[in-house]
Design a protein around this ligand. Structure first.
Ligand code: ADP
Ligand code: MG
Length: 340
């Protein structure tokens, strides 16, 4: 297990990582999710031994890593841009960590072939990186990171340089590869979907600190603060002091962090995703459409909701237009009750 306790990294004039505590169980994948500049890369570099920590401790299998050099830790790092050797073939790129360990050509070839199959690039051994797509290059980089059977794989936004559809596909593949190989991994990213698809557990990092850690679904459904809620996609917060009508809100589901089962929505802080309100002729809320934005497979609306105010909402394609009266139904999966 990887254990971080009170890890702090300071630069002149700034604390990039602030008393971070995290656990990564062996065989599991933890994603640290946070906006740009919150300290993710610095945290990963500290675990790799590339950045000295000012205080706290990092332990691997019970051993304190203070004073253990990067190459002695047995970890592998993979970056956003795979950093492949342009002049070397795919096979030589993947076999590089094995060559460093003194493995002969024949021994390397077997392992490289196995890794190429694993990442879905059988037959690519002799290609040069420049002849590969961005997604293929990242697969090669992943194969190279896995070549030496690292005890722990550290991934810094591994898919962020790829376009959306490719990223989604590769995130699924990455999860499958990490699961089949039983790799222990710490992934940092600003991308919700990447974190959600690849990881078992999620830690939200804001401003150098871990704001919430838990099962990925739990963090998604039950954010513990306004800041976490807003970062994971709840774009509306209703304060208990506000005066809008509340009877339409679902009560808190059992097990919600700060509020017991059946918490009264009238007196809690409520966070809503856009998907909480959908246009539906049977819906109990009424409103007038004020804005319509077409996205790939839905319409994003702004609706003046009777008794509530201006709210984001969703409609299926070929939906309403600006000025239309609509009815809205509430999807409880898009509603979270926050602790005070
Ligand atoms: P993230 O990866 O989440 O985008 P970083 O870990 O790269 O964030 O950076 C966190 C903060 O630390 C930023 O404010 C950044 O400017 C600062 N920082 C990172 N590296 C250095 C450095 N070598 N010297 C000074 N400040 C740094
Ligand atoms: Mg970074």
């Amino acid at each position: 297990m990887l254990e971080l306790d009170d890890v702090t990294v300071t630069f002149p004039g700034a604390t990039a990582v602030d008393r971070v505590g995290l656990r990564v169980e062996e065989g599991s994948v933890l994603a640290v999710l946070g906006p740009s500049g919150c300290g993710k890369s610095t945290l990963l570099r500290a675990v790799a031994g590339l950045e000295p920590i000012s205080s706290g401790s990092i332990r691997w299998r019970g051993r304190d890593l203070a004073g253990v050099a990067t190459h002695e830790r047995g970890f592998a790092l993979m970056f956003q841009d795979g950093q492949l050797f342009a002049q070397a073939s795919v096979a030589d790129n993947i076999g590089y960590p094995l060559r460093l360990r003194g493995q002969g050509r024949r021994q390397r070839a077997g392992r490289v072939a196995e890794l190429l199959e694993l990442v879905g690039l059988g037959g690519y051994a002799d290609r040069r990186p420049a002849t590969l797509s961005g997604g293929e290059q990242q697969r090669v980089a992943l194969a190279r990171s896995l070549a030496a059977d690292p005890a722990l794989l550290l991934l810094d936004e591994p898919l962020s340089s790829l376009d959306r559809s490719l990223r989604d596909r590769l995130a699924g593949d990455l999860r499958e590869i990490l699961t089949t190989t039983g790799t222990t991994a710490l992934l940092v990213t600003h991308d919700h979907d990447e974190a959600f698809t690849v990881a078992d557990r999620m830690a939200v990092m804001l401003d150098g600190r871990i704001a919430q850690e838990g099962d990925a679904v739990e963090v998604w459904r039950q954010p513990v603060s306004r800041e976490v809620a807003s970062f994971v996609g709840y774009d509306t917060i209703l304060e208990p002091t506000s005066t809008e009508r509340r009877s339409w809100l679902p009560t808190a589901s059992p097990g919600v962090a700060g509020r017991g089962p059946g918490a009264d929505p009238a007196s809690s802080v409520v966070a809503l995703r856009r998907s909480a309100l959908r246009v539906d002729p049977e819906g109990e809320l009424r409103g007038v459409v004020r804005r319509v934005v077409t996205v790939s497979d839905a319409l994003h609306l702004e609706v003046d909701v009777e008794g509530v105010g201006r709210m984001p909402a969703l409609a299926a394609d070929r939906g309403p237009e600006v000025g239309d009266d609509v009815r809205l139904t509430v999807d409880p999966r898009g509603v979270a009750h926050l602790p005070e």
